[in-house]
Design a protein around this ligand. Structure first.
Ligand code: S2G
Ligand code: ZN
Length: 492
């Protein structure tokens, strides 16, 4: 197993001339100011180098670009909305040869909405927001729901196996994709745009392109599942004494409301303080300050009244048993929107503050409370003034355990001192609890080297074998996901 080289013998001029001939001069950017937004990642932490950015408008153009780059040993970095938090969609900083960013935003057509087969067929450059709207206009639901839905694109959602706030009910992107069209590193087109729920004819090849972060192929179109549109939803915020109480409350909610439990999001006291300060015009949902709260959402085809009554039943039982310390049920759509804003704006509040150490971990539900307690103790032992921003999708075992710099500590200083020790501690505790060091944000560059500590030799070898089989020159999105392979152990 070797690390394929991808030094390219062609010049930037050769690249620009060849790719302009394929996509046209307007869709081949070369000037530094034009390149900047495409080579700078969402958080501004990674800035790469590119010879050009191409914006193809068809699968054929993507195929021709890939075929030319493959024939000439030119690196290609596929990119959708460039909302990756792990540096997965921008070229490497120290590229050994010029790279081309291939951005899919011009491939933004919804191709078919089929309400008999309940499928949505679209090009990869359609934003998540546009996909959800197309479903809604047809009286259906496309359930993937993440904060960046206005700019993230379906192709990127697929290649990172995106999660978000409705995974508890509907699963990850992997569970929502029925068919994929992808261009392979050598330019061949894999055409798998089928909408069958059952197809057992050999390897399920679409799965290669879901979650592989553009390292095995470029997703150019997809067939997605459509769900029935819920006719009612009920949302509440409940203050709880601890993560353990939150887990117990989730159990009660599932017992009482079953499938209707759509979202169960944990929010720590410091996270609430941060987001209320950031929003400025939203008051705290509770009189008293609490260390923990959860947002619970029920949706179903039943009547709104029925659903509110069910959620009230869960909350009242929780208040009686002591699991719930206080609760507020949304009385209107506006209330529900405010509750969701409190949850969804935590991410931007962290970005605005700076100095956030993002640990997007998943842990078995039975161990998540102990993990949060242990990891909190470990972080505060390192820096007692750290703000414990802990929030997210507890319902599916995924929390964003994002320690944040003390208010009086500059971000750069805090990250320089604590990024390594804190993320290593948190990741190792999550791993020890049988969890994952990246639940939904993927690996990209940020978590790539950590994989060598948390994946077995066999897993890493298998991933490299697949990578080398499809991309032997290592041209597609190099430096992402897979840690450099270690030399095979010499058998004595
Ligand atoms: C969320 C957003 C990214 C982050 O809010 O659910 O996935 O950790 C996160 O800020
Ligand atoms: Zn999340």
């Amino acid at each position: 197993m070797t690390t394929p080289l991808h030094a390219s013998p062609v010049s930037t001029d050769d690249i620009v001339q060849a790719l302009t001939a394929i996509v046209g001069p307007q869709a081949c950017l070369t000037q530094a100011p034009d390149l900047k937004p495409f080579v700078t990642d969402y958080r501004g932490l990674y800035v790469g180098q590119a010879a050009a950015v191409v914006l193809p408008n068809s699968t054929q153009q993507v195929s021709q670009v890939m075929a030319w780059c493959h024939a000439h040993g030119v690196v290609v970095v596929p990119q959708g909305g460039n909302t990756s938090l792990m540096g997965g969609a921008v070229p490497e900083a120290q590229a050994s040869s010029p790279a081309v960013v291939l951005n899919l935003r011009r491939m933004n057509q919804v191709l078919a909405v089929d309400t008999v087969n309940d499928t949505l067929t679209l090009q990869a450059g359609v934003t998540l927001n546009a996909a959800r709207s197309a479903a809604e206009d047809a009286g259906r639901l496309f359930p993937l729901r993440i904060g960046s839905e206005g700019s993230c694109q379906i192709g990127g959602n697929i290649s990172t196996n995106a999660g978000g706030t409705a995974v508890l009910r509907y699963g990850n992107m992997r569970d929502l994709v029925l068919g994929v069209e992808a261009v392979l590193p050598d330019g061949r087109i894999y055409s798998g745009l089928r909408g069958l729920r059952k197809d057992n004819t050999g390897y399920d090849l679409k799965q290669l392109f879901i979650g592989s972060e553009g390292t095995l192929g470029i997703v150019t179109a997809a067939v997605l599942k459509l769900m029935p549109q819920p006719t009612a939803s009920s949302v509440a915020l409940a203050a709880v004494a601890s993560p353990a109480a939150a887990v117990a409350l989730l159990g009660e909610a599932k017992k009482t409301a079953g499938q209707a439990v759509t979202a169960f999001e944990l929010i720590s006291g410091p996270a609430l303080d941060l987001v209320l300060g950031y929003l400025g015009n939203v008051k705290s949902p509770f009189e008293a300050r609490h260390d923990w709260m959860v947002l619970i959402e029920l949706t179903s085809g039943a009547s709104a009244e029925g659903l509110d009554a069910t959620l009230m039943q869960v909350l009242e039982a929780g208040l009686d048993s002591g699991l719930v310390l206080d609760a507020t049920l949304a009385q209107s759509g506006a209330d529900a929107q405010t509750f969701w804003r409190i949850r969804e704006e935590i991410s931007d509040a962290q970005t605005r503050t700076g100095g956030s150490i993002k640990c997007d971990v998943s842990v078995p539900l039975s161990r998540i409370a102990a993990f949060i307690d242990e990891a909190t103790a470990a972080v505060l032992a390192l820096e007692p003034q750290t703000r414990m921003i802990v929030y997210g999708h507890m319902g599916d075992g995924n929390v964003h355990f994002n320690p944040l710099r003390p208010a009086d500590r500059p971000a750069k200083d805090y990250l320089a001192a604590f990024y390594e020790p804190i993320s290593r501690q948190v990741d190792s505790l999550a791993h020890a609890a049988g969890g994952s060091i990246s639940a939904e944000h993927g690996v990209g560059v940020a978590k790539r080297d950590d994989l060598s500590h948390y994946k077995s030799d066999v897993e890493l070898a298998l991933m490299w074998q697949i990578k080398n089989a499809l991309d032997p020159q290592g041209l597609l999105n190099p430096g992402k996901v897979l840690p450099a392979p270690v030399a095979a152990p010499v058998v004595a």
